[in-house]
Design a binder for this molecule. Structure first.
Ligand SMILES: Cc1ncc(COP(=O)(O)O)c(C=O)c1O
Length: 408
């Protein structure tokens, strides 16, 4: 529908339109619907008591300072804590390498702001995180997509894609959103080396790395890059911009995340952030630092892993039991999501319409493909429903899928 405002909007808003799928997902806001659509962490593991105690302590101890404006780079003790956490994994960084952001989503937007000119190409896995596409579409990004399989981004296809001269490579190495797949160690090394050879930076988005339920921890790309080029004087000056967040370990509502990058990139991001929001909420930063210190966060993450593993197991078992044999799905070793593939002749948007009638929902996969495709794919979240709800929801979805396959 046209409005009198339309001709006033900047050109960059043209790719911000609301999608058919978002309209469909509005229908999922029914009370008795079992939703596997969102990417919400389980609210039952939010550390409410610890937050309550920390809020009171911070107000008592810090007084007005906790409610005051503060540095754009972020609260220094929190940045120091992030350095200690990062340094445990075999890379040596200092606080000049770290900036706090209001969620990783803000970091993605700021990266768009400092790097992307209209028409610039970004190399992405296909499918990839929708929120990054939404952030970068507004800056006029185009995408070169590289397919992924059960070991993540197919690095054999990467070299060809790098020849298009992308501004950077965007990769989600651990329990990727949307597929739940993890980039293998061999491919991580290949990615670091190829990106270096072609002089293309890497943006590593890692909200889920801590949420591994099984298998060995794999070094992140920034760590491998630091080792590859030799990381001296406790400062990282390599080729990777690393993003992570407290959203999936403490709480998404506090909007707290961080970037690790070479100091000059951090300085540019700080300038961009000043124009966006001056700084991330002072109170939230001090409270999160208070909650997570003294080993609490490590302990808490163990609880989250246990709960999510149970839910993942319940979902995989229910899929084995209730899904038709024509449907495939990934087996994530961590994170929040798995990814289903239906027979080619099915469209997951049609399946969703019918699923909503049966009070169950998921996200159709198409929007995660920046250059089209994926009409027969679906993202299914397992973190935000009890094991009983998961079993019931997957049984309902299984019925819909059997019917669709029979009638299409
Ligand atoms: C891959 C990825 N990047 C970034 C984000 C945004 O996270 P935050 O809550 O820190 O903004 C998400 C959230 O789900 C995500 O899955």
């Amino acid at each position: 529908m046209q409005t009198p405002w339309d001709h006033r909007y900047a050109q960059r808003t043209q790719r911000m339109g609301s999608s058919a799928i978002r309209e469909l997902l509005k229908l999922t806001e029914k009370p008795d619907l079992i939703s596997f659509a969102g990417g919400l962490p389980a609210p039952d593991v939010f550390p409410l008591e610890e937050f309550k105690a920390a809020c009171i302590k911070v107000l008592d101890q810090f007084g007005p300072q906790s409610l005051q404006y503060s540095a754009t780079e972020g609260y220094l003790p929190l940045r120091e804590q992030i350095c200690r956490h990062t340094n445990r994994y075999g890379i040596s960084i200092n606080t000049e390498n770290v900036m706090i952001t209001s969620g990783s989503q803000q970091a993605l937007d700021l990266l768009g702001k400092i790097f992307i000119n209209p028409g610039d190409r970004i190399l992405v896995e296909s499918p990839t995180y929708l929120g990054a596409l939404q952030a970068w579409n507004a800056y006029g990004a185009e995408y070169v997509s590289v397919p992924s399989d059960k070991d993540g981004m197919v690095t054999d296809a990467l070299e060809e894609a790098l020849r298009y001269g992308p501004k950077f490579v965007y990769v989600l190495p651990n329990f990727q959103n949307p597929t739940g797949v993890t980039l293998s160690l061999e491919r991580r090394h290949q990615l670091v080396e190829l990106a270096d050879r072609y002089g293309v930076p890497i943006v590593e988005d890692d909200p889920y790395g801590q949420l591994r339920f099984e298998g060995d921890h794999l070094p992140s790309i920034v760590v491998l890059d630091g080792q590859y080029r030799g990381n001296h004087d406790h400062c990282y000056r390599g080729n990777v911009i690393y993003l992570s967040t407290f959203s999936k370990t403490l709480s998404p509502g506090i909007r707290l995340a961080w970037v690790v990058a070479p100091p000059e990139v951090i300085r540019k991001l700080v300038q961009a952030k000043q124009g966006a929001d001056l700084h991330t909420a002072t109170f939230n930063q001090i409270v999160a630092h208070e909650v997570s210190r003294g080993g609490f966060l490590d302990q808490h993450i163990k609880l989250i892993r246990r709960v999510y593993k149970e839910r993942r197991d319940a979902m995989l078992a229910a899929m084995d039991r209730y899904f038709p044999p024509e449907v495939d799905w990934t087996q994530p070793q961590g994170g929040l999501f798995l990814w289903g593939s239906l027979p080619e002749n099915l469209d997951s948007k049609d399946v969703l319409k019918q699923a909503i009638e049966r009070n169950v929902a998921f996200v159709p996969g198409e929007p995660f493909y920046p250059n089209g495709g994926g009409h027969n794919t679906m993202r299914i979240n397992f973190s935000n429903a009890s094991t009983e709800m998961i079993s019931e929801g997957i049984a309902r979805l299984g019925e819909v899928l059997y019917e669709k396959i029979k009638n299409t």
